[in-house]
Design a protein around this ligand. Structure first.
Ligand code: ADP
Ligand code: ASP
Ligand code: MG
Length: 444
């Protein structure tokens, strides 16, 4: 069995839905197809949640009308059969009425998740019916009936597996199953989300739960590039990545993958292919446990980083000081990304500032604390990157950009630097020039 995931752009128009259908018909393998919402829809639902919180009835109605017409417009051109077209339009209006009922309820976390995941419900309803209308037999299964992950950060694959096998047994067998990305159930069995961009993660959770042969993530670019193509020209797709490399790049900002995408499949050794819906023949990127080449592979950047400097003369020659500081972060369930120390100070970074005031207050009891927001971690990644003969060129950045922190040697596979976010793009471009463009053999 294969798991195929199609992202927002891939399912974002009538033309693209036809492309997705062609890709599904490329081979005869049994498939579970995970779909995102049409591009832009989840952003619109985020706005809807804000209106629900404000109890702004007029804005809620306007937003839902927009959502309804967007999907009805798709059905108008996608579905040839007059009768089915009418039925689907009624079906969409029915779903929008459900949304309207939800929108009139009191705000809660569960309501938030139910609203946000509605885009996936709408799209899969349309897509499954479209496939069937063109003779492609398929079964629509509801992710909320089997994505019982318990913990979003550490999904219970066994539980998902049992639930999913039960859903498949309870349905007529099919060659193609269609389901929704992004949605899951938490430890209380309540509807939740896998966080923005989470459909990639849905695909690998299902892949692990089914012991799939392969997972394909179809998007709008030909694989994971060696630098962020949104900010840097002349980037190139990477043919092979190890799970470790892909996990580091995803965690440190490569938007093509949800940060946790790789974790469910690492132990299972299921390959993950990144493919381009608009160029299906392009090889894309294969992520597996094979190392084809060591050394520098790619650069990524993660925004929204806060740097904290903790300074105290009491740190001099004492032991147990770091433990005391880490305990504070641990008590507030805040994880630390980068750390550097000197004899009297420690600098570290966090990306979740929910408890920043409490953390600072506690540490200020015994040290001087400075907090700097709006930083980005720039990460240079590759198996054994610290041994790459060109890696040293990275440090030339110090001549041009004020670098706040450097982390080297924490692992052999990652060198990270911290800069102000306003310097992120020049840093990415400079590193691209130094690390890739001037040494073409280091590109792939
Ligand atoms: P989808 O909607 O299919 O999930 P995303 O927008 O989440 O697609 O991810 C694909 C986008 O990720 C690309 O269009 C590209 O702009 C961006 N991106 C950022 N960094 C990288 C990278 N290193 N390699 C490839 N794409 C990247
Ligand atoms: N639709 C969701 C989002 O936009 C999930 C996804 O596309 O992966 O975040
Ligand atoms: Mg995505």
């Amino acid at each position: 069995m294969k798991i195929l995931k199609f992202g927002g752009t891939s399912v974002g128009s009538v033309e693209n839905l036809h492309r997705v259908k062609d890709i599904l018909l490329n081979d005869d393998d049994q498939k579970i197809v995970v779909c995102s919402a049409m591009s832009g829809v989840t952003d619109q639902l985020v706005k809807l949640v804000a209106f629900i919180k404000l109890k702004d009835a007029e804005a809620i109605t306007r937003n839902l009308h927009k959502l309804e017409s967007k999907h009805i417009e798709v059905v108008e051109t996608l579905i040839d059969n007059h009768e089915l077209r009418g039925d689907l339009k009624d079906g969409i209006s029915g779903l929008i009425t459900e949304m309207m009922d939800l929108s009139n309820q009191e705000y809660s976390e569960v309501l938030n998740a139910k609203v946000l995941t509605f885009g996936e419900t709408l799209l899969t309803y349309i897509f499954s019916n479209f496939l069937a209308s063109t003779g492609v037999t398929n079964r629509l299964i509801r992710a909320q009936d089997f994505m019982f992950v318990d913990n979003v950060d550490n999904p219970n694959i066994n539980k998902v597996s049992k639930k999913l096998h039960k859903v498949l047994e309870d349905n007529e067998p099919a060659h193609i199953y269609i389901t929704q990305g992004f949605v899951c159930r938490d430890h209380l069995n309540q509807i939740n989300t896998l966080k923005r961009g989470g459909s990639d993660y849905t695909a690998t959770i299902i892949g692990a739960a089914m012991d799939a042969d392969e997972i394909q993530i179809w998007t709008d670019i030909d694989g994971l590039h060696n630098n962020d193509p949104r900010f840097v020209e002349g980037t190139n797709p990477i043919a092979h990545l190890t799970y470790n490399e892909a996990a580091e790049l995803a965690y440190f900002g490569a938007k093509i993958l949800h940060p946790q995408t790789v974790s469910p499949v690492v132990g299972k050794d299921i390959p993950v292919l990144l493919k381009n819906t608009f160029d299906p023949e392009a090889p894309g990127t294969v992520i597996s446990n094979k190392t084809y080449r060591k050394g520098l592979k790619a650069i990524s950047a993660k925004d929204g980083i806060t740097a904290i400097k903790i300074k105290s003369n009491r740190m001099l020659m004492t032991h147990g000081y770091l433990r005391r500081i880490f305990e504070v972060f641990d008590n507030f369930r805040t994880s630390i990304d980068m750390i550097t120390t000197s004899e009297i100070a420690i600098s570290l970074t966090i990306d979740d500032t929910t408890y920043i005031d409490e953390i600072v207050k506690e540490i200020e009891g015994y040290a001087e604390v400075t907090v700097d927001y709006n930083h980005s971690i720039i990460c240079v990644v590759g198996e054994s990157v610290i041994n790459d003969k060109y890696s040293h060129k990275l440090f030339e950045i110090l001549n041009y950009i004020p670098v706040r922190m450097i982390s080297y040697g924490g692992s052999n596979n990652n060198i990270s630097i911290l800069v102000e976010t306003k310097d992120k793009i020049p840093t990415l471009r400079f590193l691209n020039e130094k690390l890739f463009l001037t040494h073409q053999e280091a590109v792939l």
